[in-house]
Design a protein around this ligand. Structure first.
Ligand code: FE2
Length: 283
């Protein structure tokens, strides 16, 4: 890491600009990871499963729309598609059935906001030329053992569009992420080809404006990382993750930052805020 905590070195920036992603090992220490995992255990314990919906990156239109939209400013729970039996009952305990929790953990929960508003995170974004970095959404992703769902190839700018585009993914591994338990795979340099399509919200719900291009999975590289590593993902980089068929979970905190200085939030993004999000502090 650079001498200003969290800021990127010239070599790291060069790598990021060239490949479209960057791994910063040891960005979060074991204590920070442990505190966030413990806090999530507590949130799950207090969670009533009768108040949720299924999340699938393959089947966006069948989401319970209001649960999804309102989660922009809440701490909402989303189940794995394969968490239920034919009678609609959970096949296993709720703590092994949840796909993710989002999308305002960074604002509403003090344990998560401590990390999400940290100077080191703001400094990392300042290195990437953000003038007023703002976390627009946070997701705790479980990638549950055995049933953790696939995330199909996508670009984050499709979902969190500003004009001009400014989204960066900040994906913190809370547990080791490996090929076995469903790590992220990236298509190196794909950010240089620009944004392919957008995910729009209108009176009919949410939908993509174009079909997905066909990607060759052989072109992607696995990003295996240790717990505490931060994977920085350019908003136009194509990335995905496979199902987790292993017996090991792969918990991660996925944040997305945009610039609220000089960039305008699109009114047809799925995520719409009633209260404008606050920028994070730059040391
Ligand atoms: Fe993504």
């Amino acid at each position: 890491m650079n001498n200003i905590q969290g800021s990127l070195t010239a070599e790291q920036l060069q790598y990021f600009n060239s490949k479209g992603y960057l791994v910063i090992e040891g960005f979060a220490n074991p204590e920070e990871c442990g505190q966030m995992m413990q806090r999530m255990r507590e949130l799950l314990e207090a969670f009533d499963p009768s108040d949720s919906s299924i999340f699938s990156s393959k089947n966006q239109q069948e989401l319970t729309a209001n649960h999804f939209y309102e989660s922009a400013e809440k701490i909402s729970f989303f189940f794995e598609e394969r968490a239920f039996d034919n009678d609609g009952k959970l096949k296993q305990p709720k703590e092994l059935s949840v796909n993710k929790v989002g999308h305002a953990l960074h604002e509403l929960d003090p344990v998560f906001s401590k990390f999400c508003c940290s100077a080191k995170l703001a400094n990392a974004l300042a290195s990437l030329s953000y003038k007023r970095p703002t976390i627009i959404q946070s997701m705790y992703i479980f990638k549950q053992p055995g049933i953790g769902g696939e995330v199909v190839p996508h670009q984050d700018n499709s979902f969190l569009y500003t004009e001009p585009p400014s989204c960066t993914g900040l994906w913190l591994a809370l547990e080791d992420a490996t090929i076995e338990n469903g790590c992220i795979w990236a298509l190196p340099k794909s950010h240089k080809d620009g944004l392919v399509r957008r995910f729009l919200r209108d009176s009919n719900g949410v939908h993509f404006d174009k079909p997905s291009p066909t990607y060759d999975y052989k072109d992607f590289v696995p990003i295996e990382v240790k717990a505490g590593s931060l994977l920085v993902i350019h908003g136009d980089l194509v990335h995905h993750s496979f199902e987790n068929k292993s017996p090991k979970s792969r918990h991660a905190l996925s944040l997305h930052a945009v610039d609220t200085d000089g960039c305008t939030w699109a009114e047809d993004n799925w995520l719409q805020r009633k209260v404008a999000p606050s920028p994070i502090y730059v040391a």
